[in-house]
Design a protein around this ligand. Structure first.
Ligand SMILES: [Zn+2]
Length: 310
């Protein structure tokens, strides 16, 4: 049993997740504890647009965000992952292996809660335990390769991780003889800020698509479509949509798009606005933003060509 401390939990108000994926990360930040990471993401999640559900170290776990709801740690996989866990990195081998053991215990317990099969990086695109590396390769929207380089540095191969997850417990024991790992080249991953790079034309409307729209429509470029009704028609809206059930004020970006379509600019992206966008895009007019939406692909292609989509 890994204890879960909830004192730094946030309430991001994101949508419920729709798949059965558990994402395993490593922090790339040596000696930062789970408490350090949770308090950091607690402070910065809005501006950094990054948070996971849980962080685990040699002492236990801290919860950052409610599991079962979208977190912003793994790009286009976010909507499919009810649980994302960060493994904290330590140079001290005993601490590192204790944290690894806690990761296995926590991941297996959380996988059971959310019906996630105990497979690692399998070909199943909506079920199973996945490395952030698998997420980047399979879905894009992020280019991180954790946690394998770090795990290798503490003597855990990918095969070992897979076997331990399948067995439901870690097979390595942290010995009392502390071997301090040499501070090797830090496992550095680049946090890509997608401002000039081409958007992935994947039809999923996430924070980077929003940000590019905001730049071209000259509204605040924070990657967030704020204050929307929690419409059921938003299946392909992946990250950065902020919902309010009562009297949402609407988004400046959506208002700008509505004005260019000749609609009332209430800033609320509802079925009528989506239909008008679809008519302009020449995609099927159903008032729904589906997963891998043709409308969103049109938007992404137009943005990549440097044009206003509407
Ligand atoms: Zn990661």
């Amino acid at each position: 049993m890994v204890t879960i401390n909830k004192s730094y939990m946030i309430a991001p108000g994101t949508a419920k997740t729709i798949g059965h994926i558990l994402v395993v990360h490593a922090t790339a930040d040596y000696e930062a504890t789970a408490a350090n990471l949770a308090s950091y993401e607690h402070r910065t999640w809005r501006s950094a647009e990054t948070f996971v559900h849980l962080a685990v170290d040699d002492k236990g776990a801290f919860q950052v965000a409610p599991t079962g709801y979208v977190a912003w740690g793994a790009g286009n996989v976010n909507r499919l992952a009810p649980v994302q866990i960060e493994l904290c990195q330590f140079r001290d081998r005993v601490r590192a292996l204790k944290a690894y053991n806690n990761l296995i215990a926590l991941a297996v317990a959380q996988a059971k809660l959310y019906g996630v099969p105990l497979t690692l990086d399998s070909t199943d695109k909506t079920n199973g335990i996945k490395s952030h590396y698998w997420c980047s390769r399979t879905y894009g929207g992020s280019d991180h390769t954790d946690p394998y380089a770090y795990l290798q540095s503490i003597g855990i191969s990918k095969a070992q991780l897979a076997a331990d997850l399948k067995a439901g417990h870690a097979s390595v024991t942290a010995t009392a003889t502390a071997t301090v790992l040499k501070p090797t080249v830090p496992v550095k991953t680049t946090a890509a800020k997608a401002t000039t790079t081409k958007l992935a034309v994947d039809g999923d409307w996430g924070a980077s698509t929003t940000k590019r729209l905001q730049v071209i429509y000259k509204t605040t470029a924070d990657g967030i479509v704020s204050s929307q009704y929690p419409w059921a028609c938003f299946k392909g809206a992946v990250t950065g949509f902020k919902y309010e059930k009562v009297n949402p004020a609407g988004s400046l970006l959506i208002a700008a798009i509505q004005r260019s379509l000749g609609l009332k600019d209430d800033g609320l992206l509802g079925p009528a606005t989506i239909r008008a966008m679809q008519r302009k895009a020449g995609t099927p007019v159903d008032g729904v933003i589906s997963v891998h939406s043709q409308l969103v692909m049109y938007i992404q292609r137009e943005l990549n060509a440097g044009r206003k989509p509407f």
